[in-house]
Every structure is written in C-alpha cells, then in structure tokens.
Design a protein around this ligand. Structure first.
Ligand code: F0G
Length: 492
C-alpha cells in the first residue's frame, strides 16, 4: 500500500464570487475587501490533477482508505481535492469523517415505498457534520499560527448549536494559543448542544434573537477586531465539508449517476460544499455523472426554496423572518452562503447535473424523524427534514420509487432529544405547528412507586430477614413487571 503523505501541492487562492478578484491565502479573509462578496477557495493548479485519470484517482483514494497515517485517516484522505497546501504536521484528526451510510430499514422502505439510505454524519466527534469543516479550518489556522508565530488567536462563531460545539471541541484540542468564543441565540439552542461548548471550556456568550442576529454580530466583530471567524463564511470550512461528497461517491463505488442526494439547507454552507465536491469529482472524471441534488427547507425558514421555486427569469433573493422550527439547526432566514449556492448551481447544471429545492412542513419533518427512528435509525430533525423532502419530491413526481436517495442526517438525534420527547409525550409547544401522532406516543411507565418499595422492604426487615430486603424488593418488582407484560411463570 502507498502510505506516503501526498507530494502534490496546489496553489490555493480566495476567489470572490461577486467580482472575480483573487487573493493569496497567507491570511484569513472572509469577504472580498473590494466588493464584500463571499469567497470560495480555488486551486489555481487544479488542471494539473487532470494528468492522472479518473480510474487512477479512484484507485489512490481506495488504497488510502487503509492508511495508518493519522493525517490521512479522516477527511484528508481526499487531500488533493480539498486543501492541498497543508503540511502533515498541521493536519488535525479527531476521528471525523468516514461516517456510515445505512440503508433505510426494510419495513420503513416498504411502508414509504421508497429506496433510500442515510449518511449518519451525527457519528462525527461532536455529533454533527460540522467537524468536517472544523478539522480543515483549524488545520489551516494551525498552519497560520506556525508560519506567523502568533501567540494568541481568538476564534469566534455564531451558531444554532452545532458549529459552536465543533469549534469549541477542536479549539480545546489544539489548545494554546487558541481561545474559543461562541455566540448563541438565547433559548434557541438545545440543552445538549449548549452543554458541548461549555464542556470544552469555550466562552459561551448569548444574545436575544435568532441565528441571523448572531451572524451579524460576528461579521461585525470579524471586520473590526482581530478574531478568527469560524462560520462557513470562512471558506476553509467549505473545503472540509466537501469530504461528505467524496465519501458518498466512494461508498457507492464512484457511481452516482443514478443517485439522488437530499441535503438540509440552513446557512447553505453544507449544500455549497456538497455541490463543490461533486463538481470536482466530475471534473477529474472520478465519477462518470453527477447525482441529482435537492436542498430541503422547512416552511418556517425557506428563503432558498422561495428563490428556486420561481421561474428562472423571475427569481429574486429575499431574506425571510424565521419562525420556530424543529429543524432548529437550519432555522436561518438569510443564509450567508446563498451567493455561493447560486454560482455553484449554474456550474452544476452546466456540468449536466440537476438541482432543486423542496419545501416541507414542520409536521412532515417531525413525523419523518420519529417514524425513521422507530425503525432503528438515529437521525436528527434535519435528517428527518431530508426524509420528508424525499417524500415530498416523490409526491410532486420529481423522484421515482425505484431511485436510490442518499439522505444527509447531519447530526445525532441525541442533540434534539427534546423535540423527540415533545412528540412522544404529546406535549409539543404550539408555535411549531406539530400535532404528534398518538399511535407513536411513548413514555416511561412506573411499575412500582417509592412508597410501595418502602413497604416491601420494611415488611422483609420486620420478618427478620434484613439481608433479604433487597431481594424481596427485586422479586416484587419482577412480579409487577411480569404482570404488566402479561407474562406467565415457567412451569416448574
Ligand atoms: N443540520 C445541522 C445539524 C446543522 O447544525 C446545520 C447548520 C444544518 C443542518 C444546515 O447546514 O447551515 O450548512 O446549510 N448549523 C449551523 C450551526 C448554522 O451554527 O451549527 P448549513
């Protein structure tokens, strides 16, 4: 096996998607100094990669799947396609990437008359796909620290919960000279998500409002103070998140022509990265055709759907005011990466791919999440949004029953346990507009209360069998469980 660190070095540049200006990567830039446009990072030497043919790239990446070289174990298996300027010593690996693709449970596929798999990106170290981008952004930051000899770096991000969890985790791992600050919308991040940056020791700051308000604050800070912005406006994040597309292609044997991808859209960094990654695979002939790609948005946060739902000549982008959404991590009214989406969709379609956005109801997201997890899945509400999106696309005649869909479950359900509990206990707050299906209700049932336990233990003690009190309780509890389950004792 070829276990060397790649020799290829690209010539990465920030490219403004608005005015086309290019800037060197020796410093962190988030917006074009000339026109405020957003960037993508491009390898000006990319055409050199075409000297190797598609089959040879596939062979190389397949061989690297077995590497013992730590820096290439995770997302940097696809080093040449992502950030081929980083040195091995700067590359971070916290176990991100390589997330499983799990086929929809047979009974679920049958019930929904659909073929699909989930890619469980909640099985990343901080339990969301954000780790892909954060591994890349922090690796680049480490390179900058080494090159410039910086002795203090303050990273900052706005977040609906997952970016902050990932930023805090990687920041804590790198340690000096990194200090991590996260800015959250008060009360709009789940308790589990909130516990993550706290546990990693980040400074957690909150403001009233929603994610869009936090984003404006950190954009202002990044413009006027010396801070490193870690939102996906930072295009190094996008590069790392491209690894989702590379892994998916590799999983399907590099053949995606008959596949349909569904990706939830919030700040639109993820769909940008997936498109960008797929386009690179196509340009190098690593895949023979592009998959069809659908973004999915909730009716409570749907600016990208609104844009693409109009005929091409009438499209106009307008931010929306969000309403509470169970896909809370994607509850964003003015996605920073929208201009990237618009630019990449043009390239995607020009390369023979097709792109669309579907809108789904809060009810459909929640029903899909709960139903899937009832069938042995671990999808978050944004993963449920993708499943609801597939069902909507089927209903609209956009996808056939025999097409295989890959649904991006961007986080782990445990981060969104409260939404699940609201549903299962039929106590959903009205602002979401979700009515739980009573057939899916589930709640713990107490088989014996504490007072009865006391009585049983006291009775055993009174009978002089002090040591047997716990045993008496265990037997009584077992009898209560058996009665509840209608079990009859084995005959002697
Ligand atoms: N799914 C999850 C679990 C997310 O955390 C996010 C975004 C999305 C989907 C949407 O992805 O923004 O790239 O379009 N979370 C960001 C955050 C905004 O702050 O954690 P996107």
């Amino acid at each position: 096996m070829d276990d060397r660190f790649p020799a290829y070095r690209g010539k990465m540049e920030y490219v403004c998607l608005n005015c086309g200006e290019r800037y060197p990567i020796d410093r962190l830039l988030y917006a074009c100094p000339a026109c405020r446009g957003v960037f993508l990072l491009e390898d000006a030497g990319f055409d050199r990669l075409k000297e190797r043919d598609g089959a040879s790239w596939r062979k190389l990446f397949d061989a690297r799947a077995m590497t013992r070289r730590r820096a290439l174990r995770g997302i940097f298996r696809f080093y040449e396609l992502m950030a081929p300027v980083l040195e091995e010593e700067d590359i971070l690996f916290l176990g991100e990437g390589g997330t499983p693709v799990v086929e929809g449970a047979p009974a679920l596929r049958k019930a929904l008359n659909a073929r699909f798999s989930f890619k469980y990106d909640g099985q990343n170290p901080s339990a969301s796909f954000k780790d892909r981008g954060m591994a890349c952004a922090y690796s680049y930051l480490r390179a900058l620290v080494r090159m410039h000899g910086w002795d203090e770096v303050l990273t900052i991000c706005a977040s609906t919960g997952d970016t902050s969890a990932a930023a805090a985790l990687y920041g804590a791992y790198v340690g000096d000279p990194i200090r991590t600050v996260v800015l959250l919308p008060q009360g709009r991040v789940t308790p589990q998500q909130l516990s993550q940056p706290l546990g990693s020791g980040a400074a957690v700051l909150e403001i009233p409002g929603v994610f869009d308000d936090c984003m404006k604050v950190v954009e202002h800070l990044a413009e006027h103070y010396r801070v490193a912005l870690l939102n996906s406006k930072n295009s190094w994040r996008i590069l790392g998140q491209e690894s989702y597309a590379y892994e998916a292609a590799q999983w399907y044997g590099w053949d995606l022509g008959d596949k349909t991808f569904f990706v939830p859209v919030g700040n639109a960094g993820n769909i940008t990265a997936v498109m960008s990654g797929l386009l690179k695979l196509r340009q190098l002939d690593i895949i023979p055709a592009l998959p069809r790609l659908f973004g999915v948005q909730s009716e409570h946060a749907d600016p990208v759907w609104r844009y693409y739902s109009r005929p091409a000549s009438e499209r106009r982008y307008e931010p929306v005011t969000v309403r509470p959404s169970v896909a809370q991590a994607a509850m964003i009214g003015n996605p920073v990466s929208f201009p990237r989406v618009r630019a990449l969709v043009e390239r995607y379609e020009a390369a023979g791919g097709s792109f669309g956005v579907v809108q789904v109801s809060e009810q459909a997201i929640m029903d899909a999440t709960i139903t899937a997890n009832r069938h042995g899945h671990i999808i978050c509400t944004q993963g449920g949004e993708c499943l609801a999106g597939l069902l909507q696309a089927r209903a609209d005649g956009l996808v056939r029953a025999d097409e295989e869909a890959l649904l991006d479950s961007t986080a782990h359900i445990l981060k969104f346990a409260d939404f699940q509990n609201h549903y299962l206990t039929q106590t959903f707050p009205s602002e979401y507009g979700v009515t739980p299906n009573p057939d899916l209700a589930n709640a713990p049932r107490l088989v014996m209360d504490a007072a009865e336990k006391e009585r049983i233990m006291a009775r055993a003690k009174m009978a002089g069998a002090n040591n047997d009190a716990p045993r008496a309780f265990a037997e009584a509890a077992a009898a209560a469980v058996a009665k509840r389950l209608g079990l009859s004792p084995l005959s002697a």
